[in-house]
Ligand binder design. Structure first.
Ligand SMILES: Cc1cc2nc3c(=O)[nH]c(=O)nc-3n(C[C@H](O)[C@H](O)[C@H](O)COP(=O)(O)O)c2cc1C
Length: 182
């Protein structure tokens, strides 16, 4: 895929099915993540890949989180099934360390850029993905399950798979309100 077209047409594909990334594609996706800009080369991230049984494990984590938050009935049952909406979910964690020149926000941004790089690589491979967060990304039950330290953040869950149908970016975006000359 032409690089300009890739950048101009990036969009999310929330409806995903099998197949997910194969092992070679997963390696490319992770390598793309490592090309994210990274002040002082801290590599302030960790990628936790869930597929097959791992999706059930992630579902259990979401279930326990929902239960601890007082959810019941349908919303509790739904929590367990959320990760099964795609064949693969990569949890992207910003692993933040103290650095005199690199404040936490820059480390969060690097992890976010890494997530975006992975979504872009998925698109380039003919796959699709969507970046999700929601309450689970900030919930202590989930944070503990992933072994986060206090300063770490889950920047998102990247759902990956094959788009159920071909999709296009939603609307052409007018750039006028979003830029100006200084
Ligand atoms: C940090 C972050 C968290 C997001 N969390 C969610 C989410 O939990 N659920 C959701 O439907 N979209 C979420 N989105 C938005 C989608 O990933 C997507 O960008 C949005 O629906 C716009 O679609 P597009 O990417 O095709 O332009 C999130 C985006 C970002 C950057």
């Amino acid at each position: 895929m032409d690089a300009q077209q890739l950048l101009l047409n990036r969009h999310s594909q929330p409806r995903l099915t099998e197949p997910g990334p194969n092992p070679d594609q997963l390696q490319l996706i992770l390598q793309a993540a490592l090309r994210a800009p990274d002040h002082a080369m801290l590599k302030p991230y960790e990628f936790v890949v869930a597929q097959e049984e791992g999706l059930n494990r992630l579902g259990e984590i979401f279930f326990e989180s929902a239960q601890a938050s007082g959810d019941s009935g349908e919303s509790l049952a739904r929590a367990r099934l959320l990760p099964t909406r795609a064949p693969m979910v990569i949890t992207v964690i910003a692993k933040v360390t103290e650095h005199p020149k690199v404040p936490p926000i820059e480390q969060h941004l690097t992890a976010g850029c890494a997530l975006l790089q992975m979504q872009q690589m998925a698109l380039a491979l003919g796959l699709g993905g969507v970046w999700r967060s929601g309450n689970f990304a900030r919930d202590n039950v989930v944070r503990d399950a992933f072994g986060l330290q206090q300063q770490d953040e889950i920047v998102g869950f990247l759902y990956l798979g094959t788009p159920v149908k071909a999709t296009q970016p939603t609307t052409a975006k007018a750039i006028t309100p979003y830029w100006r000359l200084l």
